[in-house]
Design a binder for this molecule. Structure first.
Ligand code: ZN
Length: 247
């Protein structure tokens, strides 16, 4: 017997309706699974090693190299840094301007090799006998450099690198005296140590340290040259006032 059961009524329990979310797309786009090897690149091609794009920027005291790194995994990166300390110092001595430019290099290379430094040195130029390159009066802040000798080297070699190397060799020698190294033999071996460590072998600075700065004047009859007698002069702005505070 029906007790007023309506036509569309059912005694089946109602299926619960999914709550309607108005923000969901009605027909969600189904992504196809991406192929493992896009564009069918051969398996091996993905493992080829290629040279990364690199760019270098030369700064005053360093050469910065930026390199594109195509690998995601750090272990896959092969890095060979060949531009080292020697390249930086070689480039700096080629470009160094004047006595103060070379002096900066003297101080940086000594600090680099020996960890020592001293500020407040002054440079004087004087006409000295030609067998004497420079001297440091003990107990002073002064270095006296043989002006005539430097001028002879400038005239004899047209290479800025050679003139700078010559002046560097004389100044680094006197700077080591000023740092407390008194015996000549000790200073000479330290000059060689610093030169070879910072400029590498096969460089004019190291070669002058090994032989003698006078090796540059080989073949020039120094005895026949008359040395003028001019007044001693101080080299202005030899040491930049803020030097020694730059780390
Ligand atoms: Zn000496």
């Amino acid at each position: 017997m029906t007790r007023g059961r309506k036509q569309f009524e059912s005694d089946q329990p109602l299926e619960p309706l999914d709550p309607f979310n108005p923000f969901e797309p009605l027909n969600p786009i189904r992504r196809r699974p991406t192929p493992k090897r896009p564009f069918e690149a051969p398996e091996g091609a993905l493992k080829w090693i290629r040279e990364p794009l690199t760019d270098g920027f030369e700064e005053e005291k360093a050469i910065k190299i930026y390199a594109e790194v195509p690998s995601e995994d750090e272990d896959d990166i092969q890095m060979n840094v060949t531009a080292g300390k020697a390249e930086v110092y070689r480039s700096r001595i080629d470009k160094a301007e004047g006595f103060s430019g070379i002096w900066e290099l003297v101080k940086d290379t000594v600090k680099d090799s020996l960890g020592k430094h001293r500020v407040g040195m002054m440079l004087f130029l004087d006409d000295l006998p030609l067998h004497l390159g420079a001297y440091h009066p003990l107990g002073t802040n002064n270095i006296v450099l043989n002006r005539t000798l430097v001028q002879i080297v400038e005239a004899a070699t047209k290479s800025k690198q050679h003139v700078n190397g010559f002046v560097y060799s004389l100044l680094v020698h006197e700077y080591l005296h000023a740092l407390g190294h008194v015996p000549e033999a000790e200073v000479r071996s330290l000059v060689y140590k610093i030169s070879s460590e910072c400029f590498g072998e096969n460089h004019i600075v190291t070669s002058l340290a090994e032989k003698s700065p006078w090796a540059l004047l080989k073949g020039i009859p120094l005895r026949g040259i008359e040395t003028p007698r001019r007044a001693m002069e101080i080299v202005k702005d030899f040491e930049k006032p803020n030097q020694g505070y730059i780390v």
